[in-house]
Design a protein around this ligand. Structure first.
Ligand code: GTP
Ligand code: MG
Length: 182
């Protein structure tokens, strides 16, 4: 029996947390979405008010428990509750957010405080909706701010792309633990 592997997806409203978890879920995920009262940007009609939850079994038999937080700030009291015990946290940022780099930096800092033992990865969603997105620029900017971690552009609707980032995070965590043990 494997240890329980818990991951969490975090990020601002509309970054794609619920979409990504729905894409990779083995069964029907649990979601707590409510209609948005005002017209959402880009046709978004619902927002998470408590959490998302799904399980996914990787080909090697590893069972992952994947949670998502609500992105809205007034619900941030849920963040430590949802991230409790997570070994990995995927920070999603939307490429069409004009402050993508600042937001990624702030989220990485905030969640490092919330979950100090977790490993992190950054996924950039909605890159097809942004004319001038460059992953290298994001990597440089976050590197200058001290963040060295897996980063990838991904479409949250595409299960293979989401799964790839999860694998990157888990490999990175494994490598880190080997280095720390040496
Ligand atoms: N075109 C495009 N749309 C995307 C991509 N990734 C995500 N989306 C869309 O962006 C929206 C993201 O919405 P959600 O998944 O509800 O976002 P969330 O992070 O759960 O938001 P909250 O629960 O409100 O915090 C959805 O409409 C997705 O279909 C992408 O790479 N390209
Ligand atoms: Mg959501």
């Amino acid at each position: 029996m494997n240890d329980l592997i818990k991951l969490a997806f975090v990020g601002n409203m509309g970054a794609g947390k619920t979409t990504a978890i729905r894409a990779i879920s083995d069964g029907e995920p649990i979601s707590t979405e409510m209609p948005i009262s005002h017209a959402g940007e880009g046709g978004k009609t619902h927002t998470t008010v408590a959490m998302d939850y799904a399980t996914i079994e990787l080909d090697d038999g590893e069972l992952l428990h994947v949670y998502g937080v609500p992105g809205q700030r007034y619900l941030d009291f849920m963040w430590p509750l949802v991230c409790e015990g997570a070994v990995g946290i995927v920070v999603l940022v939307a490429a069409d957010d004009p402050d993508m780099i600042g937001q990624a930096d702030a989220l990485l800092r905030e969640f490092a405080r919330i979950a100090p033992a977790a490993s992190f990865a950054v996924g950039v969603t909605r890159a097809d909706l942004s004319d001038d997105f460059a992953l290298l620029q994001l990597r440089d900017a976050l590197g200058r701010r001290g963040h060295r971690l897996p980063m990838a552009r991904l479409d949250a609707r595409d299960s293979a792309q989401v799964e790839t980032l999860i694998r990157m995070l888990l490999s990175y965590r494994y490598a880190e633990s080997r280095i720390n043990a040496a």
